[in-house]
Design a protein around this ligand. Structure first.
Ligand code: BGC
Ligand code: CA
Length: 331
């Protein structure tokens, strides 16, 4: 008898837990790589929005587009009400949009901007990010400010800034535009430039360390300035510079990053990072969640309902902000 009761109890339990109501809403989130520091902040923001609200399932594509495609397919099959994607390869966005359009599952891209033609394929597609050009301009202004205020920055006194760039992933809008506008901004201020090296650190701290070590092997003290496309790579570069004897006594190297992550900010505060540009993870995550929520509930998102200004009906741009380090703010 006891055993029978127990079996019935378990059976009822299974029944209750397995059949959530058909119109239960869920938001699926797939990000390119869980080990990325900035993206980790964005996904934490998304999951905190979901507390006491529409639940989210967040999955890691582990840097593989194929894995991400399968994750999206699974979200569609399982009846998710909206999907947020931080694509592995932004040129694959068109395929994802097509898949979601066929199944009428709205899509919000974050951080890796699909090309305009893909965005135009369906009206239930949105993008939340930050204007890459602006971050390049702000990073250039921070470096220019240093160069123009500290004449000793021109170590060989030739009137030219010999610099290196540690780039993010090739093809990412933030890699290409940050680098381009950084350079353009310095040139527009009349600063002469010579780029000694550039290479990709794949957004990762280890990558920044390796790339900077190899630049130092090749050019050593001829390097006068370092621009890393994000803070993690800037921190890796700083470690390589420290291993080479920099940041002790008078050996200084101006290093600029982008993001203002907690560890980036700590490096600003102790004078290792010359400056960075704040990339607002919290608000990017929140805006993406709010859009996905509206779409899940069958409404067309508006600036009022999501709490962020919508541009062209489908884009939310979260502003960047320059964060000067000790040397620049203490002038
Ligand atoms: C951030 C990087 C991050 C990348 C990932 C960029 O906007 O600045 O830190 O690695 O996005 O896509
Ligand atoms: Ca020089």
């Amino acid at each position: 008898m006891r055993r029978l009761c127990f079996t019935i109890f378990i059976a009822i339990l299974i029944l209750i837990t397995s059949c959530g109501s058909a119109d239960e809403k869920r938001i699926g989130v797939s990000v390119y790589d869980f080990s990325d520091s900035f993206i980790t902040e964005v996904r934490n923001a998304i999951s905190s929005c979901s507390e006491n609200d529409i639940p989210v399932t967040i999955v890691d594509a582990g840097g593989k587009q194929q894995t991400q495609n399968e994750q999206i397919e699974r979200f569609i099959e399982e009846g998710y009400s909206a999907i947020i994607v931080n694509s592995v390869d932004r040129t694959a966005s068109g395929v994802l949009i097509e898949k979601c359009r066929q199944n009428n599952v709205p899509l919000v891209f974050i951080n890796r901007e699909p090309v305009k033609d893909d965005m135009a394929k369906w009206d239930k597609v949105y993008y939340v990010g930050a204007k890459a050009e602006d971050s390049g301009i702000m990073a250039g202004e921070l470096m220019a400010d240093y160069w123009l205020s500290y004449p000793e920055a021109d170590k060989n006194g030739d009137g030219v800034m010999q610099f290196v760039v540690i780039k993010g992933e090739t093809g990412h809008q933030d890699t290409e535009l940050r680098t381009e506008y950084f350079i353009e901004t310095l040139l527009s201020k009349g600063i002469q430039l010579e780029k000694l090296h550039e290479d990709t650190g794949m957004w990762m701290r280890r990558g920044g360390y390796d790339v900077m070590s190899s630049f130092l092997d090749r050019s050593g003290d001829a390097i006068e300035a370092v621009f890393a496309n994000n803070d993690d790579m800037a921190l890796g570069a700083i470690e390589a510079l420290q291993d080479d004897g920099y940041f002790r006594t008078s050996r200084f190297m101006p290093v600029i990053g982008i993001d203002g992550t907690p560890s980036g900010k700590a490096a600003l505060d102790n004078g290792l990072l010359l400056g960075t540009v704040f990339n607002d993870a919290e608000n990017q995550g929140r805006a993406a969640y709010n859009i996905a929520k509206e779409l899940s509930e069958g409404r067309v998102p508006s600036s009022e309902s999501i709490g962020y200004p919508l541009s062209d009906g489908h884009y939310v741009w979260i502003p960047y902000k320059p964060l000067p380090g000790l040397l620049l703010s203490g002038k």
